[in-house]
Design a protein around this ligand. Structure first.
Ligand SMILES: CC(=O)[C@@H](O)[C@H](O)COP(=O)(O)O
Ligand SMILES: NCC(=O)COP(=O)(O)O
Length: 247
């Protein structure tokens, strides 16, 4: 019997909170979504506490830290406010992401190469708080090398350009960049995750890349959950990526 290839699914619940914040209600509760996701096979829960608090709120993160059975992947911008918050919450994983106020969603990867001293200091502070740090970067050799140099144990490759490709040729080109990035990251001793913009029709080729550790997927799961329920949406995505990783 051959051993199955392992691939983890991190479920991002930000957009459950987006729906709640649209009306300032108490529902839908991202904490309930997180617990349902765990029951349905999520390996971790991802939340992005944005500086403008457009979706996830501080309280959501505090409650999740107390109730999650799996682990939290806390996405944050590299600001002193977020650093202090993470040092209090001490999530198992912290993913450092670039953030700009006006963006609709995270537009590109973190420029680690352009600010190594600042990112190194953040990685060291978070590691001292017991967090495993990953850096959300474009699949770019220069950024991967810089991520290894600053001492991050993991990177998450931004799959947005692949997801937004306008033609099959562009999609294939972006997928090849991700595949090369995974190989390059592994050769530098990094744990390599990926995510952003992945959905039920484009996640399989990424999941099939050998050596990839985890996919973080949110918007598409939340959208599908409207029609099939949260647990079913998570279970379908998990089955899809596990099958792709073992094909
Ligand atoms: C960093 C990242 O890719 C996720 O946080 C994703 O962007 C979901 O949050 P937003 O849709 O607010 O960007
Ligand atoms: N880091 C990517 C993530 O958490 C999920 O992004 P998306 O699936 O909501 O685009």
């Amino acid at each position: 019997m051959t051993e199955a290839n392992r691939i983890l699914l991190g479920v991002n619940i930000d957009h459950v909170a987006t729906l709640r914040q649209a009306r300032g209600t108490r529902y839908p509760d991202p904490v309930k979504a997180a617990l349902d996701a765990e029951e349905a096979g999520a390996d971790g829960i991802t939340v992005h506490l944005r500086e403008d608090r457009r979706h996830i709120q501080d309280r959501d993160v505090r409650v999740l830290a107390e109730v999650l059975q799996t682990r939290m992947n806390f996405e944050m911008g590299v600001t002193e406010e977020m650093m202090k918050f993470a040092e209090i919450i001490r999530p198992a994983h912290v993913c450092l992401v670039p953030e700009t106020r006006q963006e609709l969603t995270t537009e590109g990867g973190l420029d680690v190469a352009g600010q190594e001293a600042r990112i190194r200091e953040a990685v060291q502070r978070l590691a001292a708080a017991g967090c495993e740090v990953s850096l959300f970067i474009d699949p770019d050799q220069r950024q991967i090398e810089a991520s290894a140099r600053v001492g991050a144990p993991a990177v998450e490759l931004h799959t947005g350009r692949y997801a937004d490709a306008h033609s099959p040729a562009e999609g294939a080109h972006e997928l090849a960049r991700i595949r090369d990035g995974v190989e390059f990251g592994l050769s530098h001793g990094l744990i390599v995750n990926a995510g952003h913009g992945l959905h039920y029709h484009n996640a399989e080729p990424v999941a099939a890349i050998a050596g990839i550790n985890e996919l973080n997927i949110g918007h598409a799961i939340v959208a599908h959950a409207l029609f099939v329920g949260f647990k079913q949406a998570v279970a379908e995505m998990k089955a899809l990526i596990v099958a792709a990783a073992n094909r």
